[in-house]
Ligand binder design. Structure first.
Ligand SMILES: C[S@@+](CC[C@H](N)C(=O)[O-])C[C@H]1O[C@@H](n2cnc3c(N)ncnc32)[C@H](O)[C@@H]1O
Length: 429
């Protein structure tokens, strides 16, 4: 051995001179312990000439599971500085089960390269019900902007905020079922301003994106990114926020003018390696055709002007839909929008050579979607058929209640929080 370790060992006149010496001492020690039944190998021993020790890393299936420390003068094992045998054992056992699970999953994943056979679809109906008619794992990307809680009375009215969140949960749950494992769900939301009822009150805001985030996590999605869609400064003045401060300039009256919305990115668990979707795709021409050109968004702040459309009060810009579709799907993939509006996502998907599935409850908006897409039918339909389904008569088959809903119902019926805690704790014991 010609390295620094040997020079140091020589200079210090250690009894343990080489990395091999250190490994042999540790191997002999392990033979007499409970760890002898595991398949342990060694990493590269390190010398520490301040404390006159050799530290020998223990590896199990290439994962570090602890260190054994040898006194460089006496060749004895320093148990105080070494990892505890019981901890090493626990790590080895955890490592064995996680690595066998990963191997099992990898084997399964390899077999399952899912290619959806869905045609282009325009569905009229309530998403929480209509989604149930779509096959499991038939969607490659979901991009949507849900109705804003009571922000615009034209198209959404909910009795309570819990009702709103319940709809979100139902849709997110069904979306998870139809989305292919490991694929993306991108959702555009923003905080909602509840205007004041009189001059004596102040307006309030509901942090809708954060509540929806919680639902995504509970429903089995992994959080990937929070992209901020930034609009030009003028876009926020319509909200009325910040006007009072701008006139009076009193501290505490300050309110920031909102010029951003969230574009939250989630992935359906299990989060299959992205590589799988690239390497294992049987049609590599699709991978080539889907490459993203220069000039893509490099940060999580995207500057995009808002869109206006006489036919719908809350469309998102085609530019936003196109970016999301390009960054999170491949050519020929199926892109679903469960709150499709007048079909901005569907149009962008077709333009980019993807298939689409758009669901919308309002007859008017469905008509606009159909008109818009039919005009360009020949150009953009590629080889895929288009299916139109009217599922507006679908009924709920049972009552679905979220946990929050149940809690609120119980509180509204006169139960106290303490009673609920007690009942929950009793149930757990
Ligand atoms: C924010 S808008 C989406 C606009 C769309 N991104 C566009 O650019 O046209 C939300 C849409 O969800 C629709 N909607 C509300 N509740 C629904 C439900 N339960 N199922 C399906 N669509 C619904 C509304 O009619 C509205 O058009």
């Amino acid at each position: 051995m010609s390295d620094v370790r040997m020079m140091v060992a020589d200079k210090r006149n250690y009894a343990v001179r080489t990395t091999e010496d250190a490994k042999q001492i540790v191997a002999a020690y392990l033979r007499d312990t409970a760890l002898s039944r595991y398949d342990i190998s060694f990493g590269l021993p390190e010398i520490n000439d301040r404390y006159h020790i050799w530290k020998v890393p223990l590896l199990h299936l290439k994962e570090a599971v602890g260190d054994i420390v040898v006194n460089a003068f006496t060749k004895e094992i320093d148990l105080q500085l070494s990892s505890e045998a019981a901890i090493i054992q626990k790590r080895i056992e955890a490592n064995s089960s996680s690595s066998s699970q990963t191997t099992r999953k990898n084997r399964k994943k390899k077999k399952e390269y899912v290619i959806s056979n869905l045609d282009n679809m325009i569905i009229k109906g309530r998403s929480e019900l209509a989604l149930k008619t779509l096959p499991e794992q038939s969607i490659d990307l979901i991009f949507t902007s849900p109705p804003y809680y009571n922000a615009r009375k034209q198209y959404s009215e909910f009795e309570t905020y819990d009702d709103y969140l319940l709809l979100m949960r139902k849709v997110i749950r069904e979306c998870k079922r139809v989305l292919i494992d490991g694929k993306f769900f991108v959702i555009n939301t923003s905080h909602v301003l509840i205007p004041r009822n009189s001059r004596n009150e102040s307006s309030s805001r509901i942090a809708v994106p954060f509540d929806i985030h919680q639902i995504f996590i509970e429903e089995g999605f992994e959080f990937v990114d929070d992209i901020i869609w930034q609009k030009p400064e003028g876009a926020g003045w319509a909200s009325g926020r910040g006007r009072r401060f701008s006139a009076d300039r009193n501290p505490m009256q300050y309110k920031a003018v909102p010029v951003t919305e969230y574009v939250m990115v989630y992935r359906k668990k299990p989060c299959v390696l992205i590589d799988h979707f690239i390497r294992d795709n049987p049609n590599q021409a699709i991978i080539e055709a889907s490459k993203i050109e220069d000039g893509y968004e490099k940060t999580n702040v995207w500057y995009i002007s808002p869109a206006r459309d006489k036919r719908h009060p809350a469309v998102f810009p085609a530019e936003l839909a196109e970016k999301v579709i390009k960054y999170y799907s491949f050519v020929n993939d199926v892109v679903l929008d469960p709150f499709g509006g007048i079909g901005t996502t569907a149009k962008a998907a077709k333009k980019l050579g993807r298939r689409f599935c758009t669901i919308e409850v309002s007859d008017d908006y469905i008509q606009h979607t159909i008109n818009e897409l039919e005009y360009n039918l020949i150009d953009i339909m590629n080889d895929h058929k288009m299916v139109y389904e009217d599922l507006s008569d679908l009924q709920e088959d049972g009552e679905f209640k979220s946990f929050e809903h149940l809690v609120h119902e119980l509180l509204a019926n006169g139960h106290t929080k303490e009673e609920l805690y007690d009942a929950l704790l009793k149930g757990l014991h």
